[in-house]
Design a protein around this ligand. Structure first.
Ligand code: SAM
Length: 300
């Protein structure tokens, strides 16, 4: 729930940050190396299922060929890196992420995959020293919204691509366009103090909701042929309301939010959430709408 669906409490004493992480990304780095990263790994299969309808849009836009060299930015536990590697059978895929627990999971998944062309490196994509022009394609599934300095980050990603190289990423549209957030948040709003999710320009899941900002960032980073299209897809939330409630209230940011609430408010929150989710139960589980931007661009 809340921002914690994608990111939550920072600097919680998790794995130490790599030396090269930009100082301004330390807060995000702390979150993804701490409880948030670990919770994400614990729910890796759920996350893949949540993104199941969105991922094919990214892969189609990326246009990966058998010999492509692909960079996966903010690769997390490696779902899209492995998918890219299946398409780039004779190429190479590098997944980069700041999160040690998520990369450990990515490497575990890769080890059993029979895809030796996929490798992972820990680093901050904003400052990581990629070899100039080493990649044909850069992809990201919701991994490019967390940069403190997105101008520097997208310029760094552009340098990693060869001239003419393709960028394709998914990022979230506004909170209000995303029923997977508004339905649960609307249900619990009477009982708890909800965090502010959409702080314009600040790093976080909703930092790229503004298409003018995306265009300006990419243009100044050295990209042209920029396209931004809306992707609206159902998001599978869990098997039944109890399953979703347990997941959502276990997110580190939700736990922090509920820690402030009275026992009565916590009980009401749980009931209201379960009731709201029950209205979206179908034969395959609980499903809510999601709204993303699919962005593509070409390095000049
Ligand atoms: C919402 S998760 C998405 C993970 C993965 N792409 C997926 O679809 O499962 C965002 C990811 O971005 C990573 N991340 C955040 N800031 C980053 C940075 N500056 N450089 C590299 N990775 C970053 C996080 O560690 C996290 O794994």
């Amino acid at each position: 729930m809340g921002q914690g669906d994608d990111q939550g409490v920072a600097g919680d004493g998790g794995t130490p940050l790599p030396d090269e992480i930009a100082a301004d990304n330390a807060e995000q780095g702390g979150a993804w190396n701490g409880d948030d990263g670990r919770y994400w790994v614990q729910h890796r299969e759920r996350q893949e299922a949540r993104y199941r309808r969105l991922t094919p849009h990214l892969m189609a836009a990326a246009g990966i060929q058998a010999d492509s060299r692909v960079l996966d930015i903010g690769c997390g536990s490696g779902g899209t890196s492995l998918e890219a590697a299946r398409a780039a059978a004779e190429g190479a895929v590098l997944g980069v992420d700041v999160s040690a627990p998520m990369l450990a999971e990515a490497r575990k998944q890769a080890a059993g995959s029979g895809l030796p062309q996929v490798t992972f490196e820990r680093g901050d994509a904003q400052v990581h020293r990629f070899e100039d022009g080493a990649f044909d394609i850069a992809i990201s599934r919701f991994g490019v919204m967390f940069f403190a300095d997105p101008e520097a980050a997208f310029a760094n990603i552009a340098r990693a691509l060869r001239p003419g190289g393709q960028l394709a990423f998914l990022c979230w549209r506004s909170v209000r366009d995303n029923p997977y957030l508004t339905v649960p948040m609307g249900a619990i709003a009477p009982y708890v103090q909800l965090p502010e999710l959409e702080a314009p320009g600040a790093p976080g899941p909703f930092s790229l909701v503004d298409t003018d900002r995306i265009e300006k960032l990419l243009d100044s980073a050295g990209f042209d042929e920029i396209t931004i299209s809306a992707v609206d897809e159902p998001m599978w939330m869990g098997t039944d309301p109890d399953d979703v409630v347990a997941y959502q209230l276990g997110i580190p940011a939700s736990r922090a939010m509920l820690a402030e609430a009275s026992a009565e408010a916590r009980a009401k929150t749980e009931t209201a959430l379960r009731d709201a989710l029950a209205e979206h139960q179908g034969p395959d589980g609980v499903t809510l709408g999601s709204a993303a931007w699919l962005v593509t661009a070409r390095r000049r």
